[in-house]
Structures are given as C-alpha cells and as structure tokens.
Design a protein around this ligand. Structure first.
Ligand SMILES: *[C@@H]1O[C@H](CO)[C@@H](O)[C@H](O)[C@H]1NC(C)=O
Ligand SMILES: *[C@@H]1O[C@H](CO)[C@@H](O)[C@H](O)[C@H]1NC(C)=O
Ligand SMILES: *[C@@H]1O[C@H](CO)[C@@H](O)[C@H](O)[C@H]1NC(C)=O
Ligand SMILES: *[C@@H]1O[C@H](CO)[C@@H](O)[C@H](O)[C@H]1NC(C)=O
Ligand SMILES: *[C@@H]1O[C@H](CO)[C@@H](O)[C@H](O)[C@H]1NC(C)=O
Ligand SMILES: *[C@@H]1O[C@H](CO)[C@@H](O)[C@H](O)[C@H]1NC(C)=O
Ligand SMILES: *[C@@H]1O[C@H](CO)[C@@H](O)[C@H](O)[C@H]1NC(C)=O
Length: 467
C-alpha cells in the first residue's frame, strides 16, 4: 500500500468520520409520558400591558395553537402577584377584566388547550393569603361554565422581596386555604399546582413540601433556566457543559418530588433557555432548538410529567414572534407533538459527546398515522462535523426522517428553519404546511448543528405495539 494512501485513510478516520450506533433493539423502556407532556406559558404581564401585540382573536394564532394541542397553557410569572380581577373595570384599565377572562377561556376552548391560572398571593390579610378576589374570579368562572385544568398561587416564592416574604409553612397553609375556597366555590375537578420555585432544588421547595404542601398540591412545579439572557452568547446554545447542567438538576428534583410528595406529578412549570426574558436574537432563533429539544429529551427520560415552555408568545424566547409568526422552536415543538409518544427508551450513548439522542415509541394518534410498533429517535449534533448515526434494526431498515437545519444564511441565528432542506412557512392563516419526511434505507449522516427526528415505522418494538 502506498504510504500516501495510508495517510489518506488515517486522516479520514482521524478528522472526518465519526460514527455512532444506537442500540434500540435492546434499549429498555424506562418511563411513560402523558399526552400533554409539552405545554406552553404566557406571562401574566401581558394582562397589565393589555396583551401588547398578542391577539387572542387572531386566526393565525388559533391555527398555531391548534397545531400543538392538546397543551396546557399556564398564565403566570412575576406579574401574577400583582394581578387583580376586576368585575366592573372596562378594557381601558390595567387589571384582569371580565372581557380578558372570557377571551382567554374562549381561546383555550377553541384551541383544544387547558388553562392553568396563577393567582396573586400578595393579596394578604393578617399574614394569611386573602382569597376574596380569587373567590370572585372562581365564582364567575363556575357561572360561565369555564373549566380551567388547574390553579397556582404565587410565582417563585423563594425570590419574593423581603417586604412580601412568605415562609414555606405559611405558603403551605395558603395553598390549603386555596383548595378549600375553590371546592366551596363549586369549582369542578381541578389541579392544585405549585409552588413554582425558581430553581429545581432549592431548600424552599423541600421545606414547603414537608410543611404540608406535598399533601395539598396535585402537581409539584419548579422553574428552570440554563443561564442569564443578558450574558448568554451563541456558543452557550451548543455547549455540552450547559446542556449537561440540567441532568443533576432534574435528577435531584425528581428525587425530592417523589420523596416529599409521593404519587404527585413533577413538572417544569415554567422553563426556557435563559432568564431575564431570553437572549436577544438567539433564544428565539434556530439555535434555541438545541436547549429545548435536549430539555424535552432529558425531562422525559428522568421522569417529569410535563414541561411548560416559557413562552408561547413574548420576550426573546416565544414560540411565535411579535408579528405572530412561528419561530423555529414552534416548528420543533409541532414535530415533537406529532412524532413523539410513549414509552421512553434509554438510549444514552457516550461514543460521541456531540450527539445527543433520545428515543420514544412513535405517537400513533397523530394525524401522520404511524402504526403501532413504530419508534421515533430524536437527536442533535452540537459538533462541527458530520456524524454517521446507525440505528440497526433487524426487522426494518427504512427510516422516515425529519431533519432540521438553519433556514437561511444567518445560520444558527436564523429566524427560520428548514425541514429536509425546505424552509417551513405558514401557507396562510388557516392551515399548517405538510410536514413531509424523507424516506431512506441508508445510514443517517447527521450534519453539523442539525437536529431532527427519525421514525422507524416497521420497528415492531414490543413496548410500542399497544394501541
Ligand atoms: C407504561 O404504561 C404501561 C400501560 O399502563 C405499563 O404497562 C408500563 O409498565 C408502563 N411503563 C413504565 C416504564 O412505567
Ligand atoms: C386580532 O385578529 C383579528 C382577526 O384576525 C383582527 O380582526 C383584529 O383586527 C386583530 N386585532 C388586533 C388588535 O390586531
Ligand atoms: C375595579 O375598577 C373600578 C373602576 O376602575 C374601581 O373603582 C374599583 O375599585 C376596582 N375594584 C377592584 C377590586 O380593584
Ligand atoms: C390592578 O389594580 C390595582 C388597583 O385596583 C393596582 O394597584 C394594580 O397595579 C393593578 N394591577 C395591574 C396588573 O395592573
Ligand atoms: C436582531 O435581529 C434583527 C433582525 O435580524 C436586527 O434588525 C437587529 O439589529 C438585531 N438586534 C441585535 C441587538 O442584535
Ligand atoms: C400525539 O398526537 C395526538 C394527536 O395530535 C395528541 O393528542 C397527543 O397529545 C400526542 N401525544 C404526545 C405524547 O404528545
Ligand atoms: C428500502 O428498502 C425496501 C426493502 O428493500 C424497499 O422496498 C424500499 O423501496 C427502499 N426505500 C428506499 C427509499 O430506498
């Protein structure tokens, strides 16, 4: 063999070819996830700001919302602890009006969503939460026949300014008071959700659950952000270290949740890439997909029952932008809802740290119509080289691929995303585009900074055979 040829071969191995194998045939099913695993939020601040440019009666918004239904919609955030329901105020005031509440409830009903509303815990009397204003809203809600899925009380109590500080023990009492008030106001079955802690493992969480909060809530919620949006750089969005930071956080949270609130659900009640409203021109662009898809994968793998994305609209991390057009993460979320089902398999691999990979049974109830036994693998390449990803299956070689890449020359900061090479766009205000896969029998070559979903329709994976 010519020495030149040997050098060529070696350089191919050393520099160009990375190859991993995903062993799905023997991967164990480790969790189940629910139909509403992925949800969204809107910030209560929109109420005081008269919804800014967000438009609950816009046909386009409704079309986008229906696309990702069913979904929880949580209305909460720091501003919730300043919101007052006012039965008599007209739309010119800055409080939650009857019209606001009607519009919101009609919107979620039309979209096929489920509302979660966060009550103001700063309304207090003699050290206790004062339920008077909440009772007004609950009574009106019952009278109208609206059926929100759940209620929360306060936002991030571990960060309350000292003038408004509420102890863990007192907050547990306030939650119990809320439950009684809601029951006696004739509210049909609802979830009590909280305490919406900032951070996943704070002592406030543990103390609240131990002080009786664990018995009162149906769902334990915490908030998670990877980093500060005012300091975040584009590099952070593909940094393995930042992505991995979430692993010990979710593990610790699930442990606390299961120990201190047994048999209760554990959710990320509000979560996004960066706090302080996101990172301008990054967290609403193509790059945001890495942190989002990875968080969904890890959350499912480690046993969370829901992940609510901050936010559907607003700040620098909305799924839709201020013109009410979808950002790349909207399309990612839509594909996730359509393609990813339950149960969840553990396919963690360590051969190539730049490839993050997750697998579930395919969602066979979605409009795409995959058959039982199908598997969906989702993955991303955070490295700068193409990696060949082999998913050997004895029963079938055929894959249907939905591969996402940046939508234009802006690359990772593109406002657009391509699905299998074509930019995703709304054809009109009434319908979503077809999301067409590419069929292939060859080993997948996942390019640098691409991500996506691979369905193996004939996998006949036993755990995925139940309909
Ligand atoms: C998932 O749910 C199914 C049906 O209820 C059950 O048989 C299975 O054991 C569950 N799997 C896991 C990993 O919990
Ligand atoms: C909201 O959307 C509706 C329907 O598309 C439209 O008629 C209305 O003008 C919009 N309102 C605002 C404030 O943009
Ligand atoms: C509701 O708004 C009206 C008119 O602005 C005001 O007089 C009243 O005090 C408000 N009620 C509450 C509960 O804030
Ligand atoms: C609601 O009205 C009260 C006064 O009734 C005011 O103090 C508060 O700031 C208003 N809340 C919002 C969200 O605008
Ligand atoms: C953000 O992106 C928009 C549109 O691409 C651009 O006009 C604006 O200057 C950018 N802002 C910053 C702070 O980079
Ligand atoms: C699967 O798709 C159906 C129909 O769109 C939807 O109701 C369901 O929530 C999806 N499942 C998951 C786990 O997202
Ligand atoms: C994949 O292989 C199957 C079975 O050999 C064949 O029927 C199918 O046409 C192939 N598909 C592609 C896209 O090559």
């Amino acid at each position: 063999m010519s020495p030149y040829f040997l050098v060529f071969i070696l350089s191919v191995f050393a520099y160009n070819v990375s190859c991993i194998t995903i062993d799905l045939e023997s991967a164990p099913a480790v969790r189940n996830v629910s139909l509403k695993f992925v949800g969204v939020t809107l910030d209560s601040g929109l109420i005081g700001n008269k919804w800014k440019t967000f438009n609950l009666t816009s046909q386009k918004v409704l079309t986008l919302a229906k696309g990702i239904s069913p979904s929880y919609l949580r209305i909460g955030g720091t501003a919730c602890d300043h919101v007052i329901f006012n039965m008599t105020q007209d739309q010119t005031g800055s409080n939650l009006t009857v019209a606001d509440w009607d519009n919101l409830n009609h919107f979620v009903m039309n979209a096929g969503w489920d509302l979660i509303f966060d009550f103001n815990v700063f309304l207090r009397k003699n050290g206790q939460w004062d339920p008077t204003n909440a009772i007004e809203l609950l009574k009106y809600t019952v009278k109208q026949g609206y059926k929100p899925a759940g209620y929360e009380l306060g936002n991030e109590p571990n960060l309350f300014p000292s003038a408004n500080a509420v102890s863990e023990k007192q907050l547990a009492k306030d939650f119990a008071a809320f439950r009684n008030v809601a029951s006696s106001s004739g509210v049909p079955p609802f979830l009590t959700i909280g305490p919406d802690i900032a951070g996943m493992t704070r002592s406030y969480l543990q103390n609240f659950l131990e002080a009786g909060g664990g018995d009162v809530v149906d769902v334990v919620t915490v908030h998670q952000y990877y980093t500060n949006g005012q300091k975040a750089t584009l590099k952070d969005f593909t940094a393995k270290k930042l992505l991995d930071k979430f692993i010990p956080e979710v593990q610790s949270f699930v442990k606390i949740c299961n120990e201190k609130a047994p048999h209760k659900q554990c959710w990320l009640g509000e979560t996004s890439s960066c706090y302080h409203g996101g990172a301008r021109n990054i967290s609403d662009r193509y790059a945001a997909g890495f942190l989002w898809l990875d968080k969904l994968g890890l959350s499912a793998l480690h046993g969370l029952q829901a992940v609510l994305r901050q936010s559907f609209y607003g700040s620098n991390y909305g799924l839709i932008d201020t013109n009410l057009n979808p950002n790349p993460d909207y399309w990612l979320t839509l594909l996730y809802k359509r393609l990813v089902g339950s149960p969840v398999f553990d396919v963690t691999q360590t051969t190539d740290p730049n490839i993050r990979v997750y697998a579930h049974c395919t969602n066979i109830s979605s409009s795409i119509g995959y058959k039982p036994g199908s598997i969906t693998v989702y993955m991303m390449n955070i490295g700068s080289k193409t990696v060949s990803v082999d998913i050997p299956f004895s029963s079938s070689k055929t894959q249907q691929r939905y591969i996402l890449s940046p939508g234009d020359h802006d690359g990772l900061t593109s406002q657009f995303v391509k699905l299998n090479g074509d930019v995703l766009m709304l054809p009109n205000d009434y319908s979503l585009p077809d999301l067409k896969p590419v069929f292939s029998n060859d080993t997948l070559q996942l390019k640098a900074y691409n991500m996506g979903f691979v369905v193996i329709p004939d996998a006949m994976k036993p755990e995925c055979m139940q309909t």
